[in-house]
Design a protein around this ligand. Structure first.
Ligand code: URA
Length: 482
């Protein structure tokens, strides 16, 4: 059987042999490249397939996994099962059957190997000048012959880039959206680039020494995978210093303010430098771990006596680098829609519910992660200070996170959109869509509809501000039904 397409070749051969009632012990299944035993003969031509062979749907699924096992008995076992399934189509449901048990055990090991490969493949960027897609390379040593089985996972996950995964026996390529496999022997690749540093930083930051369970860690991430993981270089040091770091975490625990612990917060020293304006100097906040990942905290900006406050979710990639809110793609779209609605962004105070960028490193990209409710709660003290200081006449919540931070109500905003609810300090909050929801729209019609909704809501904000004195009266007190 060939190294690639093994299942298809096994299936066709097994079908022909079973159709001709060839007994299992009359067959020697051989993998290409295996040495031939002394008493094994040459390959014979297969009998023609005479009649279709019906098997339960679960069998090919099981066989596709089992055939990849580096276990010489697997093709035999599958053939024996196939012969028995002809008379006992429900055989696979019999968990007590030793053959079924053996096949299930092998399949379990294969799935475990696939799980490890999903978790431990690390791509290094190798993009060539002039390439129109980013290019990545990875080395991995699976226990079993799972390269073809696992490839669809990587094409789904990394469909927007070109990549190559090299294993000791197979090179899998995904280039320009086309997947191909080549059975070539390769020596271990030593890969290194600056992405590695990013992985290391990420891993060191998410590492929580208080939760270190060395045994569990080693069974989940066996040592044999460590050599290909850039972050693994940190493990010995992290283990050695875990106790001290856990103690350090305990000692500094009070800096992680419990959510809504207003009284505790009030007693904490004010970190605001008195000579730099009331809202400056907050970006050194370390009350939650997000600050350790981000480049900087991104405070709000705009007139400190603005009548309108615009609140988003959290800084994105561009905002994190520039230290200013809403300057990236979502911010640019917001500016355009605000302009169409007659809203002057320069006159508004623009900020976010969470002030640090939360992301997952992926190659050289940083993938936005929605902040959790607890992260929003931990960051609320900062937003409260902004609201108290600016005292806007009206606030606009862009999206669910901002709505939750300002109103305390975390319910879905689809039915709340366009409503005015009571927010921090009793101030009115107009709830609308986040511009990123427009950027993410699945088709042009949805995009246009969402953009029109945001425009209408912003236009309403302008009208409300114009009629400033009555703004507090427009808080919608009716309950939304959810
Ligand atoms: N999205 C937000 O919610 N805020 C920003 O500042 C940028 C993008």
């Amino acid at each position: 059987m060939p190294r690639l397409g093994t299942f298809d070749v096994w299936r066709d051969a097994a079908r022909a042999l079973a159709g001709a009632d060839v007994a299992s012990d009359a067959i020697a299944w051989r993998m290409e490249g295996d040495t031939v035993g002394l008493f094994e003969g040459d390959a014979h031509a297969l009998p023609p397939i005479t009649a279709p062979l019906n098997v339960p749907r679960a069998f090919p699924t099981l066989a596709k996994q089992v055939i990849t096992a580096r276990n010489g008995a697997a093709p035999h076992l599958l053939y024996d099962l196939l012969l028995r399934l002809r008379d006992a189509p429900k055989l696979l449901n019999n968990r007590a059957d030793p053959m079924v048990q053996q096949a299930s055990e092998i399949a379990k090991n294969i799935r475990r190997d696939m799980h490890k490969m999903k978790a431990f493949v690390r791509f290094r960027e190798v993009t060539q000048a002039g390439a129109n897609r980013r290019q990545f390379l990875s080395w991995f040593e699976p226990d079993h012959r799972i390269e073809e089985l696992i490839a669809p996972f990587f094409t789904r996950r990394f469909g927007d880039m070109d990549w190559v995964i090299v294993t000791p026996e197979v090179t899998t390529r995904f280039e320009g959206g086309a997947l191909s496999h080549e059975a070539v022997r390769s020596d271990r690749l030593e890969l290194s680039d600056d992405t590695e540093e990013l992985w290391r930083t990420y891993y060191a930051n998410i590492f929580n020494p208080a939760r270190l369970k060395i045994k569990a860690m080693q069974s989940e991430m066996p040592k044999k995978y460590w050599k290909n993981l850039p972050e693994a270089a940190l493990i010995p040091d992290m283990i050695a210093t875990a106790e001290a770091r856990a103690q350090q975490m305990q000692d500094s625990a009070p800096s992680l303010a419990p959510a809504r612990a207003d009284r505790i917060l009030a007693r904490l020293p004010d970190r605001t430098p008195t000579d730099a304006g009331p809202l400056a100097g907050l970006s050194a906040c370390t009350r939650c771990p997000l600050g350790t990942m981000a480049t900087q905290g991104v405070p709000g900006e705009g007139p400190q006596d603005a009548r309108l406050m615009i609140v988003g979710e959290q800084p994105g990639d561009q905002e994190d680098l520039q230290g200013r809110p809403f300057v990236g793609p979502a911010g640019q779209l917001f500016d355009r829609v605000a302009d169409e609605a007659g809203l002057d962004r320069q006159a508004a105070y623009v900020t976010n519910a969470v002030k640090h960028f939360k992301f997952l490193p992926r190659g050289k990209r940083r993938i936005h992660q929605t902040p959790t409710a607890s992260e929003v709660d931990h960051c609320r003290w900062w937003l409260e200070r902004e609201v108290t200081h600016v005292q806007p006449v009206l606030m606009v919540a862009l999206g669910a996170t901002a709505a939750r931070a300002l109103t305390g109500d975390g319910r879905d905003i689809t039915r709340r959109r366009g409503r005015v609810e009571a927010g921090l300090n009793g101030l009115p909050v107009l709830i609308t869509l986040h511009p990123a929801a427009i950027l993410r729209a699945p088709d042009p019609a949805t995009r246009a509809a969402r953009q029109a909704e945001l425009r209408a809501d912003l236009a309403r904000a302008v009208v409300m501000l114009d009629a400033a004195s009555g703004v507090r009266d427009v808080i919608d007190t009716s309950q939304t039904t959810h």
